[in-house]
Design a protein around this ligand. Structure first.
Ligand SMILES: [Zn+2]
Length: 272
């Protein structure tokens, strides 16, 4: 059983101004998706703030704040979410696993960033098309949901979970909200909301199997934060997504080796 500590670094006064949903709501949604009873859990987050006045932030600065906020020694037991201003490299990015390797700070996959002002202005742009008195409420509801979803999506990348074509928390999300309008906001939004609270079975199983005792040796390092670098994410079938040129074990070998079979049995006996 591993219980990770969580550190939220708020560089944009997101909690103070209400751009960000309350900590308890973010924490609850993380647990709803990633808590595996008996195997994997998360402590209530601690919050750090810093006076950061620039309108954008670089990877170098994000790395700096991770190294200030975390003190992982030997293995990663604390994970960090930075609530940041717009990403300097791409101001349209909503969230990013910038910590893909151990370059820049101690371990790979310790930290992610969620770019709050980018989400805020995206939602304002989409909501500007709405008319009527409910516009403000819709805007706030959608923004909150989008922050929750982005946090949890990036959080999945910490565990090397990749993008999924089915609609769930690991799929890419603009499709829905680009077409938000007052007529169908309810149905689309409810779909968006329920998808944001789902992991595919394969991803769920990877998390479960990565934290069993005795461990499944082969691919645990690709799940546990701090071990292997990000490899563009594992699909719901447990394969590395194409484009990496490697299998889950990180070697350049034949395509058949890309397959990782997930056992429905969590005892580990079948893998010996
Ligand atoms: Zn992603």
């Amino acid at each position: 059983m591993i219980k990770y500590k969580l550190v939220f670094v708020d560089l944009v006064k997101g909690f103070e101004t209400g751009i960000c949903p309350p900590v308890i709501e973010i924490y609850s949604q993380i647990r709803e998706l990633f808590h595996i009873p008996g195997y994997l859990d998360f402590a209530f987050p601690s919050i750090e703030t810093a006076d950061y006045t620039d309108l954008t932030i670089s990877t170098g600065h994000l790395d700096f704040y991770v190294s200030e906020a975390l003190n992982n020694q030997g293995s990663v037991r604390s994970l960090c979410i930075i609530f940041a201003p717009a990403f300097a490299n791409d101001p349209e990015t909503l969230g990013y696993l910038f910590d893909q390797t151990s370059n820049g700070n101690g371990f790979p996959r310790e930290a992610v960033a969620v770019f709050l002002p980018t989400i805020n202005s995206f939602v304002s742009r989409v909501a500007a098309r709405l008319t009527g008195s409910s516009r403000q409420t819709i805007q706030e509801t959608v923004r909150k949901e989008m922050v929750l979803r982005t946090v949890c999506h990036e959080f999945g990348h910490l565990f090397n979970l990749g993008h999924d074509l089915d609609f769930n928390v690991m799929s890419q999300d603009r499709i829905l909200l680009d077409k938000l309008d007052s007529f169908d906001v309810s149905e689309r939004f409810q779909n968006y909301k329920s998808a944001s609270r789902q992991l595919c079975n394969g991803h769920r199983k990877m998390l479960e199997n990565a934290y069993v005792d005795p461990p499944f040796t082969e691919w645990i390092p690709w799940i546990h934060p701090g071990k292997q670098p990000f490899i563009n994410g594992l699909s719901c079938e447990g394969t590395a997504l194409t484009g990496t040129g490697r299998n889950i074990i990180g070697e350049e070998i034949s395509q058949d080796r890309l397959k990782i079979t997930l056992s429905p049995n969590r005892t580990g006996a079948d893998f010996k």
